[in-house]
Design a protein around this ligand. Sequence first.
Ligand SMILES: NC(=O)c1ccc[n+]([C@@H]2O[C@H](COP(=O)([O-])OP(=O)(O)OC[C@H]3O[C@@H](n4cnc5c(N)ncnc54)[C@H](O)[C@@H]3O)[C@@H](O)[C@H]2O)c1
Length: 246
Amino acid sequence: MNISLHNKTAIVTGAATGIGRAIAIMLGQAGARVIVNHLNRAREADQVVQAIAAAGGWAAAIEADVTNAHQVRQMVESCNQIDILVNNAGVIAEKPFLDITELEWDHVLNSDLKSVFLCSQAVLGRMAKQGTGIIVNISSDLGYLGREQYASYCAAKAGVIGLTRSLAREFAPAIRINAVAPGPVNTAMLSTESMSMEWIAKEKDIPYQRFAEPDEIAATVLFLISDYARFYCGQVLGPNGGSIMP
Ligand SMILES: NC(=O)c1ccc[n+]([C@@H]2O[C@H](COP(=O)([O-])OP(=O)(O)OC[C@H]3O[C@@H](n4cnc5c(N)ncnc54)[C@H](O)[C@@H]3O)[C@@H](O)[C@H]2O)c1
């Protein structure tokens, strides 16, 4: 597949680390100008910018808390052009359901779901006016499966799927909106959680019996952004090693 994103500008949220980093670099390598959004991760974001520059591309780091409407608006207004938005930023939280505080619930829902609302709303007016645009939202296989002790995360990621489908219908055919729901990926997000490699080995509920690498998720995002995916609308692709087969 030969995918060129020359003359396209992409915002990738939470792009300083993990999956977002891999997405930003892959889009940069494909020729896109990349806005590397981050929160309190200036050093890592600069490394992503440098990696894209080293590959001959252009990128800039912009710090903005994607749970904050004002900061999201400022980030979007600072961009001359926006063709692509990848809503990737997120957090995870593991806790028995009965112990989750309202504050903790709000933090996860704000980071994983409200952020998608805010960033999408901030770009969609402009995309609608220009008559083109592409949005890819990062959900999770846990949005389908649910998981004990991850109620807030699973609820937020299921919400991302509903939001994706609603916006895909509302803005079709001019703007193409889809989602990716990865299974476990080898990033810092999982390293501190109970969903470890040992968990995979023990439960054996992933036929491929391994985590994905961030690049494997980025490749799915790149496909959805490309023209090869021009007939995809409101779909949720699952690079998950078989954890779910919806
Ligand atoms: N790692 C996995 O197994 C896995 C599986 C399925 C889905 N996901 C999803 O993939 C996405 C990326 O996660 P990751 O695994 O790369 O973990 P990660 O922790 O490396 O990346 C998340 C990024 O989001 C940023 N972020 C968090 N809150 C933010 C905010 N308010 N504003 C701006 N940036 C913010 C973090 O600073 C971090 O850089 C997340 O949405 C996550 O839920 C991850």
